[in-house]
Design a protein around this ligand. Structure first.
Ligand code: AMP
Ligand code: ZN
Length: 437
């Protein structure tokens, strides 16, 4: 396979040169941070008074972590390091947990972001000949404008369709010959079921690739989408605090997400002890952004759980790869004392052929115990009046979930299309237990 690089020199830079680059950028970033009210206080308290106090990459560990709460406390301008009139845009997080946080960009920051995004998109094999339909919400959410700018930078024809309205999405795909799309994995599954419903023939579309991110999904879900739509799906990772998409992305090898280490210093920590995890151990991803002047953020606790893949990628890029994100250090459910990640349940049910595209996990109290209910949709061809096969299927799902998470769930089968669909991030866990018991 031949691989294409957007910026070959930077993407295949030697580790030694990369580390020298990171150190220089880190010093610059610390210098800028000292101009923000928040870090002026935080860094001075830790004995860092000037960029010269950072002598090696090891010195990064002297810098305290920054949390989402810090960003909220610093609202609105506590993290701004340039004059207000040099700011040209702001974005805010979708507020996965609690109230949104705000990030500011200078003109140069937007350029850098677009070039990281172009690197991601081009690295999947796309070129200026592609037609790109951005089926994600525009606005304060970074997925819309972030991908938009990167795709334009590559020179693709960009259709800023936004999310929702599948009938219109199909029309646009057919009218303009869309070859690549960006969406959440749940929306891609929804698109596929709507295709059937609206009688859109796969042959009428030129789709080749999809970029899917913004929420965790399993390898089985990726394979399912690829099979259903006959496309290649690339995992896209980012968060608004770190610009948005363009932080880590899969290359044509699709075996982990290259995190762009010339723009971001990545660490993995144990979320309990906050110690750095070495080697290929899993833990929480912590990121320092090196490619933004307006809002520097140092050692940000993403809460996303992943780890570094140890070996080199066949594509020749030297930037390390992250494992698919399996969940957050703060979305773990404790059900009757057992720790459960929603992604574990997803992995089980999505590997079962009869199960449809949507599901909901509910936890409630039944007496003193927690009760887990997994509601899944069943593919139309597997839904029937005869209850015997359905009961057998229900039992199969129940057994497999129990084997994976040790908890015995109640399983509910639903007709395809009957569970609520969200166009943005899917809300799939409903924790109905009273909070103050
Ligand atoms: P936001 O700041 O609203 O863009 O949300 C960012 C969060 O979405 C991240 O911290 C992750 O928890 C989640 N996320 C984004 N992309 C992915 C992905 N590819 N896989 C898993 N989770 C993701
Ligand atoms: Zn690669």
């Amino acid at each position: 396979m031949t691989y294409q690089y957007w910026n070959e020199q930077l993407e295949t830079i030697s580790r030694k040169e990369l580390e020298a680059w990171q150190l220089a950028k880190l010093k610059e970033t610390v210098g800028r941070s000292l101009r923000t009210p928040f870090y002026q206080k935080r860094l001075t308290e830790s004995g860092i008074k000037s960029p010269d106090d950072i002598k090696s990459l090891e010195d990064l560990k002297r810098i305290p972590f920054t949390t989402k709460n810090d960003l909220r406390d610093g609202f609105p301008y506590g993290f701004l390091s340039i004059p207000r009139d040099e700011v040209v845009r702001l974005h805010a997080s979708s507020g996965t947990t609690g109230t949104p946080t705000t990030i500011y960009f200078s003109r140069d920051d937007l350029k850098q972001w677009a070039s990281f995004m172009a690197r991601c998109i081009y690295g999947t094999g796309c070129t200026r000949a592609d037609v790109f339909q951005n089926m994600i919400s525009y606005g304060l959410f970074t997925g819309g404008l972030g991908f938009h700018a990167g795709a334009e930078e590559v020179g693709m024809l960009v259709i800023p369709s936004g999310s929702g309205n599948t009938a219109r999405q199909f029309r646009l795909m057919q009218d303009f010959g869309t070859t690549a799309v960006h969406a959440t994995p749940s929306f891609l599954l929804h698109v596929e079921s709507k295709m059937k419903e609206e009688g859109v023939k796969r042959e009428s579309l030129l789709l080749k690739r999809a970029f899917a991110g913004a929420e965790p999904y399993s390898e089985d879900t990726r394979k399912r989408i690829e099979g259903l739509l006959n496309i290649e799906v690339f995992n896209s990772y980012g968060l608004s605090e770190m610009n948005g998409p363009g932080v880590a992305f899969e290359c044509q090898c699709k075996n982990g997400l290259h995190i762009w280490e010339d723009g971001y210093i990545a660490e993995i920590i144990d979320p309990e002890t906050l110690e750095n995890v070495t080697g290929d151990g899993r833990g929480e991803l912590v990121i320092t952004i090196l490619c933004r002047e307006a809002t520097p953020i140092l050692r940000y606790r993403t809460r996303d759980l992943t780890g570094f893949i140890p070996d080199n990628c066949p594509c020749g890029r030297t930037h390390r790869r992250l494992y698919r994100i399996t969940g957050r250090s703060d979305d773990m459910l404790i059900i009757n004392g057992v720790n459960v990640f929603p992604s574990q349940i997803e992995e089980v049910i999505m590997a079962i052929n009869e199960v449809g595209n949507n599901y909901v996990i509910e936890i409630e109290k039944e007496g003193v115990l927690d009760r887990l209910t997994v509601k899944t949709e069943i593919k139309p061809e597997n839904f029937m009046d005869d209850t015997r096969p359905l009961n057998a299927l229900k039992e199969k799902i129940r057994r497999q979930i129990q084997a994976s998470i040790t908890i015995n769930p109640r399983v509910e089968l639903n007709e395809a299309g009957s569970l609520p669909v969200s166009e943005g991030k899917a809300v799939r866990v409903k924790d109905l237990r009273p909070k103050d018991l």
